[in-house]
Design a protein around this ligand. Sequence first.
Ligand code: GN1
Ligand code: MG
Length: 357
Amino acid sequence: MENLNQIIKQFPEVGEVKEVKALTSGLINQTYLVKTVDPQEADYVLQRINHQIFTDIDMLQHNIEVVTGHIRKKLEAQNETDIDRKVLRFLPATDGKTFYYDGEGYWRVSVFIPRSQTLEAVTPDSSYLAGLKFGEFQAMLADVPEQLGEIIPDFHNMEFRMKQLREAVATNAAGRLSEVQDIVDAIEKDADEMCSAERLFREGKLPKHCDTKVSNMLFDEDGKVLCVIDLDTVMPSFIFSDFGDFLRSAANTGKEDEKDLNNVRFNMEIFKAFAKGYIESARSFLTPVEIEMLPYAATLFPYMQAVRFLADYINGDTYYQTKYEGHNLVRTKAQYKLYLEAKAAVPEMKDYIAGLL
Ligand code: GN1
Ligand code: MG
């Protein structure tokens, strides 16, 4: 803890610290809750940013400052109350930057949002509200004052993710290929179809927007959406990213790393509620092709996640933090099962969306 306390001291706004607790849910960054002594003072979230993955920390934090500043201004213009609970605020370190480099790692501190929760299991009601909010966020970001940097190039580019998988297969670094050949073959069968968004983009038929990752949202005690808490991957991308990635977790009846595949099903009620809310608030700016492809987006993200987990497994677990041997393979199978379930539900998704228009 001594080291962490030294780091916290680099952010002068933080008062006397009572306790620092590790929070364990993220797969990429290390996160701590910093509780302060003074009950009047906010608590904080301290993060060590994974700079193997986020290699350009200046760009990363700059994107986040642009986006949070823009949202804050809009909320103020709308005379919103309680703004500190609705948009994140990152503290300046002694040199004025919103991060601190200790010679080894990069650290940042944001204000902890009180009386908030992340929802483990979303209900149709909270999904509907999330969908509404998600469209609102995209609309708010439509006129973000500057072009954001592409923080992880090709992050949600399916062609690129397939290329990574194929490289992993060709190299077979950890000698695990023979064990997973079946699932590699199954994934390859659908690769062309799943790369369609990238092709349409190249042909000028699909636009890219500035996208947040709304799948990491905070809700208040009543289940209303407060705020987006994972802004690391805000960058130009398809609107499908948030739509698909939200459903990848929310509409999965099992866990992301579920071992019992019978538990992994695609929850249509969650899909319907989310799509209804989203289309209500986003309809004004969505193109017909985007609307038509929303069911595809619901299949793309479990598919892409399966590809990413599988590539990492074949590479010997170099990207995602794992809790046990074989964890990435368990994740792969669970995501692939979810993909199959979502794919089977596409006709029903299409009918439902047609009925909303
Ligand atoms: C990573 O750690 P988390 O949940 O914010 C990953 C996402 C994956 C997700 C899978 C930068 O995000 O793309 O969808 O794990 N983030 C990065 O749970 O790779
Ligand atoms: Mg996250």
